[in-house]
Design a protein around this ligand. Structure first.
Ligand SMILES: [Zn+2]
Length: 178
């Protein structure tokens, strides 16, 4: 939505990753004005580590969606659901699971057992490129994962079988861009 708003210290709730409720005041022939802003808070917003993960995740959506004129409710629902889960789950796992949902929704989930670079078959180990595209470890010089575990994760969207180190590596891949 393109609107205008006079910014000032009083309106700092318009910020990356904040969920706001608002009214739109039509202002023909100018841009509509954003007014009556209310911040919908979450109980984890005072926890620095969680907020940092949240900001990093939300920041990825702008470059991904900036050329989209019509946005389906999927993206709102995905982020809202993730925000609610942030308080009781490991935030990086929430990000990974949300990302797999996004890839599936956009038809970009790569489940084929061949390397994106050389097209050779994937064996017991694989590496993942940006957008979780499978490749050989030696073809992209990436971190190696156990193939079966990774395909299970991509298929189920559940990160429970992944250990903390795997979660960290996968999270770093997400940060390369959606
Ligand atoms: Zn390869």
């Amino acid at each position: 939505m393109t609107t205008y708003r006079f910014y000032g210290a009083r309106h700092s709730i318009v910020g990356l990753g904040n969920m706001v409720n608002f009214e739109i005041e039509q202002n023909e022939p100018f841009l509509p004005r954003l007014r009556d802003l209310m911040h919908r808070g979450f109980d984890w917003l005072l926890e620095r580590d969680r907020v940092q993960v949240w900001h990093s995740f939300c920041a990825l959506f702008y470059p991904h969606l900036k050329d989209t004129t019509h946005l389906e409710s999927f993206y709102y629902d995905l982020l809202y659901d993730a925000a609610k889960r942030f308080s009781r789950q490991n935030p990086k796992r929430v990000v990974l699971e949300s990302y797999v949902k996004l890839l599936a929704y956009e038809g970009r989930l790569h489940l084929e057992k061949s390397c994106y670079i050389c097209h050779g078959p994937i064996g017991g180990q694989l590496a993942l490129m940006r957008a979780f595209i499978p490749a050989h470890e030696e073809c992209i010089f990436g971190s190696a994962f156990e193939s079966e575990k990774l395909y299970d994760f991509l298929q189920s969207g559940a990160s429970i079988e992944l250990d903390e180190l795997e979660v960290e590596h996968l999270y770093d891949i997400v940060l390369k861009g959606l």
